[in-house]
Design a protein around this ligand. Structure first.
Ligand code: PMV
Length: 362
């Protein structure tokens, strides 16, 4: 039977530990089929699927100390890359409020949270997926010490469930190389509540798939994802878009299985451009691509035609470009990136990332 929110409320803990600490490293992820639009409680308007990254990640530690009595409010300190960060605290506070029901020990402890990213904070790379993923895993690790019976599957599922309540895409930053989040008719075990490792066959061409992230614009995001998701309410094309995501996921099943890169490219680029089309056609409307984003896209298309490779691009809700290609085409494609694409990045900046396996305990 499908799980519901209430299945994540634990029965009482046998004993509260006095103190301890835990550290987790959680990866970022890049969606192939995009999540854009949500219902209440971070329930996605459509299912999505993503590649887990390897290099881009957040490492978070929590030291916990039991309070003499349960506090009335959450008691925590927050350090980002070694410095106390008061301005990040409200976001964490909101997150704690949302998840308290599922982790009732939270107000029994004082928490010291220390977090750092493997990529520069101002790179325009969103850290919410990896950040909320790592935080959720640390909190689950504390819960596991209070309730050691919890199985690995339940642990991962609940970590993803909690991460989702921090940032939707964080549900896809816990476990697996290719992760599906959101209910889809062809995947009976899929859920709107948490991400799952993609359950069907993946062709070996996707092993070690490369993602070279081109930093076109490192500025502050023009549209926060909260505002962006909201733009899908009453959007004139919303229903067609949500239906398209379902169809694209159906088509990806045999593409993943057969390693059909020609078809893979069509779906991935179509999804990226649809995400941006939704933003261009909402009210208010936004253009999040920059001239250099378009230069890069046009050069990728021209190169693909002449090179016999399967390089393609995808985009987040911003101007940076993720260049995706199989490992066996790396020499040709990375050579092209260096000579043709890096001139369109801010100071030539880019990150060479690849398919990863999911979060790790440190
Ligand atoms: O997790 P959020 O709420 O920041 O939304 C992320 C949305 C996109 O990155 C644009 C798409 C996706 O599926 O990751």
């Amino acid at each position: 039977m499908a799980m519901t929110e209430n299945d994540f409320i634990p029965s009482s803990y046998a004993e509260l530990k006095v103190s301890g600490n835990t550290t987790w490293k959680s990866p970022s992820n890049i969606a192939l089929v995009k999540y854009w639009g949500k219902k209440e409680n971070q329930i996605p308007a459509n299912p999505s699927v993503s590649l887990t990254l390897d290099v881009c990640a957040t490492t978070t530690s929590i030291s916990y100390t039991k309070l003499n009595e349960k506090a009335t409010d959450f008691s925590f300190e927050l350090f980002f890359e070694g410095t106390a960060k008061e301005d990040f605290k409200p976001k964490i506070h909101t997150f704690f409020r949302r998840i308290e029901k599922y982790l009732p020990f939270l107000k029994n402890y004082h928490l010291v949270i220390e977090t750092s990213n493997s990529f520069p904070h101002s790179s325009g790379i969103a850290s919410s997926a990896s950040g909320m993923g790592a935080l959720a895993l640390c909190l689950m690790d504390i819960e596991k010490r209070l309730n050691p019976e919890i199985t690995k599957d339940c642990f991962n599922r609940k970590a993803s469930f909690l991460a989702r309540l921090g940032s939707g895409s964080a549900a896809r930053s816990i476990n697996g190389s290719i992760v599906q989040w959101g209910k889809h008719a062809d995947i009976p075990e899929s859920s709107d509540l948490y991400g799952i490792e993609y359950p069907y066959k993946i062709h070996s061409v996707f092993e070690d798939y490369q993602d070279t992230i081109l930093l076109v614009d490192k500025g502050q995001k023009q549209v926060s994802s909260t505002v962006g998701h909201d733009l899908m309410h009453n959007h004139p094309f919303a229903n067609q878009r949500f239906a398209q995501a379902h169809t694209n996921l159906t088509e990806l099943k045999s593409i993943f299985e057969k390693g059909n890169l020609e078809e893979f490219v069509k779906i991935v680029e179509n999804e990226a451009l649809t995400l941006h089309a939704m933003m261009m056609t909402s009210q208010p409307y936004f253009i999040l691509m920059k001239p250099n984003t378009l230069e890069i896209i046009n050069k990728i298309w021209a190169f693909r035609k002449t090179s016999n490779t399967h390089v393609c691009f995808t985009l987040d809700a911003g101007a940076n470009v993720h260049v995706l290609y199989p490992k066996k085409e790396k020499e040709a494609v990375y050579g092209f990136i260096k000579t043709e694409l890096l001139k369109h990045c801010e100071n030539g900046q880019h990150i060479c990332d690849r398919l990863g396996v999911g979060a790790k305990k440190c």
